[in-house]
Design a protein around this ligand. Structure first.
Ligand code: B1M
Length: 213
């Protein structure tokens, strides 16, 4: 790996958004391929963040800073990657379900998935089942991810899956769920395809669903 890509990866790990943007711009100006900057710079850093977060060596505030640094570099690369036709992992539709305003965990999952090369369609929080259905029709994602943090709102995940079934769209998407009150048993009971216990696990699951892991 070049010294510049190594420095970009370190910026992600250290959560330094300004420096990440500066170095990514430098790499672009030096004529480095956008896919190379993404795969061997930003994604290497984010991969290490995922490993450390899973192991309990990094905590949520640090992960959020890394995600912001990742975002700062990704914004510069995104148009170039799309233009150069570089590999995209696919689309994920993400939302916190109806009645629930907690979005920090959902945003972390989105950032981790984005770091794995997915395009994220973010429905925000308090997303009604109909909003998921309409967005599937509009964006044709491969994966739908739902988050809930309240025992009272986790049931909305089941209603949302039902609405997706009733709209005849269930076979088009893989569905993953997560959030503090949710577990694998619950995911199975409501007919989801999988459960992510944390953001890296969510990204791993999405990669598996997209045939990339
Ligand atoms: Co609320 N809240 N809150 N809250 N809040 C909890 C969840 C609670 C456990 C606190 C408590 O009582 N100990 C409790 C829920 C109890 C229960 O249902 N059993 C609670 C309550 C009761 C409430 C209110 C009802 C309080 C009130 O008004 N009386 C109210 C409800 C509002 C509503 O949603 N309708 C409320 C409001 C809020 C705030 C708005 C103030 C704020 C949310 C701000 C925001 O999100 N923008 C808030 C917060 C911050 C919390 C706590 C303190 C922190 C949640 C958080 O962000 N954790 C929380 C207590 C706690 O968790 N210690 C609490 C960090 C985040 C990274 O973790 O979301 O679990 P988490 O996400 C993880 C995993 O779960 C997983 O990956 C993430 C990263 O590892 N994951 C997925 C999540 N989604 C996934 C999706 C996937 C895969 C993995 O695939 C799709």
């Amino acid at each position: 790996m070049s010294r510049l890509l190594e420095r970009i990866s370190t910026c992600i790990l250290e959560g330094d958004a300004d420096k990440a943007a500066r170095l990514v711009q430098k790499a672009i100006d030096e004529g480095m391929a956008p896919g190379d900057i993404m795969d061997n710079g930003l994604l290497v850093g984010m991969g290490e963040v995922g490993v450390r977060f899973k192991a309990g060596d990094m905590f949520v505030p640090e992960v959020l800073m890394s995600a912001e640094a990742m975002q700062a570099g990704t914004i510069l690369l995104r148009p170039l990657l799309v233009a150069s036709g570089a590999r995209q992992a696919g689309k994920i539709l993400l939302g916190t379900v109806k009645g629930d305003l907690h979005d920090i965990g959902k945003n972390l999952v989105g950032m981790m998935c984005e770091g794995s090369g997915f395009e994220i369609i973010d429905l925000g929080f308090n997303a009604e089942p109909e909003k998921f259905v309409e967005a599937i029709k509009q964006h044709q994602p491969q994966v739908v991810g739902m988050s809930a943090m309240l025992t009272t709102t986790m049931r909305a995940m089941g209603y949302t899956i039902k609405a997706i079934e009733e709209a005849g769209l269930r076979d088009q998407v893989k569905i993953m769920v997560g959030g503090a009150p949710v577990d694998a048993d619950f995911a199975k009971r409501i007919g989801a395809d999988g459960y992510g216990s944390n953001a890296p696990a969510g990204a791993d699951l999405a990669k598996k669903f997209a045939g990339l892991a």
